[in-house]
Write a protein that binds this ligand. Structure first.
Ligand SMILES: [Mg+2]
Length: 304
């Protein structure tokens, strides 16, 4: 484990249950982020929720006391955009079920968002956690899907957790309605546990999977994604899972810690940490940072 920890150059952090609960920042979060800076380890905050934009999230983080920059935030919208750009380069025109801020992120990078009309034919349909969903648009999405247009979900969550007396119907449930109506399955569903979230961060920082630790409180999203991406999966027991859940889960998390403070202590105390950099790039399975091969190549070096 010390060897694996000494290769860590970047930490991807789940948010709810990992750095805060609801609106309250954990006491351990700020010291942990300060330690990462001290150790020269960069970090990104991850979220499956595409209903808010990067700007919205930065404002939320600021409100609870974390100063973050745009490139420190990675949402499932960005994962979807990156995936479409890489894997479906012919897709330019989209019919999108998403909030105005999600739609703006797609149009902001050059996608053409078609209006709700049988004449405005898209190349594909994108389904998000659309808190502004309307019945006519849901029907239009089903129409295009029934006409064999591929559709993509931004995240698999069927509901978004809430403490309010309601059920927040999320992207996975909207996709399920579309599938029931058309008989067609989504061509892909991004967001955790799909490893595209981690791949995007690795590309951004020109790192290899073994240089990244994914820290989260959910086994079947955070830890499953880390495993699928070949990154270090660190479970914190400050959210959904307890030690017993962790012991029963397969594949097991690489590391189980009580909280971010414990993970920080392990990072700090791992021997050869300074010396290991950039030797992490010299093991046989990985490409040296800066060689270009790690950039947006479709043949990414990700274990299946
Ligand atoms: Mg969480």
């Amino acid at each position: 484990m010390n060897k694996r920890l000494s290769a860590i150059r970047h930490v991807a952090l789940d948010m709810d249950g990992t750095i805060y609960r609801g609106g309250t920042l954990f006491e351990t979060t700020e010291p942990f982020l300060a330690l990462l800076k001290e150790l020269g380890i960069s970090y990104t905050f991850l979220t499956n929720n595409p209903s808010k934009s990067v700007t919205d999230y930065l404002a939320h983080l600021r409100e609870i006391g974390i100063a973050a920059t745009e490139d420190q935030l990675y949402t499932s919208t960005q994962a979807t955009i990156e995936y479409l750009s890489e894997e479906w380069p012919q897709v330019k025109r989209l019919f999108v079920l998403g909030t105005p801020s999600m739609c703006a992120e797609f149009s902001g990078v050059g996608f053409i968002l078609v209006p709700d009309s049988p004449e405005a034919e898209p190349d594909a349909v994108v389904v998000g956690y659309d808190t502004t969903l309307s019945y006519p648009r849901l029907c239009r999405a089903a129409w295009w899907i029934s006409r064999d247009k591929p559709y993509f979900g931004t995240n698999p969550d069927r509901v978004c957790p809430t403490d309010q007396p309601t059920v927040m119907v999320d992207c996975g449930a909207i996709c399920a309605a579309l599938e029931a109506a058309t008989g067609h399955k989504p061509a892909a569903v991004l967001g955790k546990p799909d490893p595209a979230m981690i791949r995007g961060i690795l590309h951004q920082h020109n790192l290899q999977p073994q240089n990244l630790a994914m820290v989260g409180d959910r086994l079947y999203t955070d830890i499953a994604m880390a495993h699928r991406a070949g990154a270090l999966g660190v479970l914190v027991l400050t959210g959904e899972s307890d030690a017993e859940d962790a012991a029963q889960y397969s594949p097991a998390p690489d590391l189980v810690v009580a909280d971010l403070a414990e993970f920080g202590a392990q990072l700090r105390s791992c021997p050869n940490r300074a010396k290991s950099y950039p030797d992490g790039a010299s093991s046989p399975n990985i490409t040296k940072p800066g060689s270009g091969a790690a950039k947006r190549s479709p043949n990414r070096i990700i274990p299946a």
